[in-house]
Design a protein around this ligand. Structure first.
Ligand code: PBG
Length: 324
């Protein structure tokens, strides 16, 4: 039926009718808030390229968690920045490591909060790569051993979900195995399945002091032009036992989210990364955009594309605006 019988504008007549027919709505339940933890006490450093986001010592992080908990955010994703780095990333799997300590302290105070730990070696290696280096190449299978040790130490500390972000082949099955062998069959795995070698991680590498000291991550992270390969990565992680699969970054990869939604029935997470956050903050500071509307539009598009979970540095800010 065509005009004038059909007038699509009728359904846009006022806010109430627009609300009634709304297809997609973001809620606080969708959000995961990423946090950076540093050693020491009583210190919070604002990340220069990510205004409003801090590196906190554990005591300070507990303060911010209290705040987001009150706002209704139910999940956090933790990154640790150790005191010292070395070529074997020993800080990543030390029982007294920064993340292990942080998880214990957080779970003690906030039992129901979902604590997700990023599992990667790049914040802990002095060369900044996500694995063990041999002749300038990241050795896959040797890295798996260290990832397995690290995953177990996170589970022992009390993490609810382990999130491997290293992009080594076979990591999900090796992590599932070590968790099951040690009675952590209820610890979940949220795999960074389709993680692209993206320039959008720039501000994060400042935040976590984890930029590679030579070369780049293109021999393990995915090449941005590929989508079929992303579906293979996701398929493989599902077969290996991932509970949740992730696509990262989000905004430039909405097609990947949408294709994954069509093809798989697993919960899908999308990570709206540091560069996505910083671009909005910078343009907003210049007065060039309406920040709040842009953020709603961005996050809604990620959900519309098919993501169930949105990992975003805007979580706290949007939770505040939703509770107004
Ligand atoms: C660790 C890791 C990175 C991000 C999440 N986990 C950095 C990287 O791969 O270089 C990026 C997150 C962001 O940009 O917000 N491997």
């Amino acid at each position: 039926m065509f005009y004038p019988i059909t007038r699509l504008r009728r359904l846009r007549l006022n806010q109430n009718i627009r609300d009634l027919i709304k297809e997609t709505e973001i809620t606080i339940n969708d959000f995961v808030y990423p946090m950076f933890i540093i050693p020491g006490n009583n210190k919070s450093e604002e990340i220069e390229s990510m205004p409003g986001i801090f590196r906190h010592t554990i005591d300070k992080a507990l303060g911010e968690i209290e705040e987001i908990n009150k706002l209704g955010i139910k999940a956090i994703l933790l990154f640790g920045i150790p005191e010292k780095k070395d070529d074997m990333a020993t800080g990543a799997y030390s029982k007294k490591g920064i993340i292990q300590h942080a998880v214990q302290s957080i779970k003690k105070e906030f039992k129901d909060l979902i604590v997700i730990t990023d599992l990667c070696l790049c914040e802990y290696t002095d060369h900044g790569h996500c694995g063990v280096i041999h002749d300038g190449y990241v050795d896959n299978d040797e890295t798996l051993e260290l990832l397995s040790l690290t995953a177990l130490s996170h589970a022992e500390a009390g993490a609810d979900i382990i999130a491997p972000s290293d992009m080594m082949d076979g990591r999900v099955s090796i992590i599932r195995e070590v968790l099951d062998d040690n009675n952590f069959e209820n610890t979940m795995i949220m795999s960074y399945s389709a993680k692209y070698a993206s320039a959008f991680y720039g501000p994060f590498r400042d935040a976590a002091k984890s930029a590679p000291q030579f070369g780049d991550r293109k021999s393990y992270q995915m090449d941005p032009p590929n989508i079929r390969e992303a579906l293979r990565e996701i398929e493989q992680d599902i077969e290996e036992g991932a509970d949740i699969v992730m696509i990262k970054p989000a905004l430039s990869y909405l097609d990947v989210i949408s294709a994954a939604r069509e093809e798989f029935n697993h919960p899908i997470a999308a990570y709206s990364v540091s560069g996505e956050y910083s671009m909005v903050k910078a343009a907003s500071k210049m007065g060039w955009i309406d920040e709040e509307r842009i953020v709603y539009e961005m996050l809604t598009s990620i959900k519309r594309a098919g993501a169930d979970i949105i990992i975003t540095y805007f979580a706290k800010q949007i939770a505040k605006s939703m509770s107004k």
